[in-house]
Write a protein that binds this ligand. Structure first.
Ligand SMILES: Nc1ncnc2c1ncn2[C@@H]1O[C@H](COP(=O)(O)OP(=O)(O)OP(=O)(O)O)[C@@H](O)[C@H]1O
Ligand SMILES: [Mg+2]
Length: 209
């Protein structure tokens, strides 16, 4: 299965989500291959730190879809592609071949607008009758209950065409930043933390047992 993590806007959490999912999959005995198509190469950097510090499991990260030989993939292989936003050619190529797209959306109107544009771009690439499954969710949800933007963003996602809302959120937590900079997934840095619980739930919903 090929899963792209994408959105048009920068900083929505694509690399963070890709990395945490990759480690989760590897720990759950999937054979995971990660593609970092972003010239910023954030994922490759975190992969390098992980390698230097010799953390297991090893996450292998490739920077070019040329390394993806679909005829050599087995059913057990899970391919995650962080498409970034800068390399439009690679982005389009990945969208054209993927089975599904996970779309992190921070809770703001600007992010809903860019998600709308992203959906339109996917329709233009794949055609209305050949759409990959698109799964949206709110990343960086506000932890204060009084703030209404998260619920509003979810309501907006529910009515957008071609995208389904994953019924879970990832909240704004420093653990995401701290763990990433150390080459660790949130559940490796703080196994009992809130971020670990929400990423475990999120990953199990995307990859049900
Ligand atoms: N749930 C979260 N809570 C707190 N910080 C987060 C969360 N998700 C992402 N971040 C932080 O937000 C910043 C952007 O995240 P990330 O690099 O994953 O986004 P991106 O979509 O890959 O960005 P780009 O488009 O630049 O590649 C990073 O500093 C990251 O640590
Ligand atoms: Mg990124």
């Amino acid at each position: 299965m090929i899963t792209v993590i994408g959105n048009l806007k920068g900083g929505t959490g694509k690399s963070t989500v890709t990395f945490n999912l990759a480690v989760w999959l590897a720990l759950n005995d999937y054979c995971v291959k990660v593609f970092d198509l972003d010239p910023q190469a954030t994922l490759s950097d975190v992969g390098d730190i992980r390698k230097e510090d010799e953390y297991e499991p090893i996450i292998s990260i490739s920077n070019s879809l040329d390394d993806l030989d679909l005829s050599k993939q087995s059913k057990e292989d899970e391919i995650l592609i962080d498409i970034g936003t800068a390399d439009t050619q690679s982005m389009k190529k990945a969208i054209a071949l993927t089975n599904r797209i996970i779309v992190p959306v921070p809770p703001s109107q600007a992010d809903i607008w860019s998600t709308q544009r992203f959906i339109k771009m996917v329709v233009d690439i794949c055609g209305k009758d050949n759409m990959p499954q698109m799964l949206g969710f709110v990343n960086r949800a506000d932890t204060h209950k009084g703030v209404r933007e998260t619920g509003e963003a979810e309501d907006a996602l529910k009515i957008l065409p071609y995208i389904d809302l994953i019924g879970t959120r990832l909240y704004q937590r420093t653990t995401y930043r701290r763990s990433f900079s150390e080459g660790l997934a949130v559940f490796e840095l703080e196994p009992k933390g809130k971020a670990a619980a929400e990423v475990n739930k999120f990953a199990s919903m995307i990859y049900p047992a």
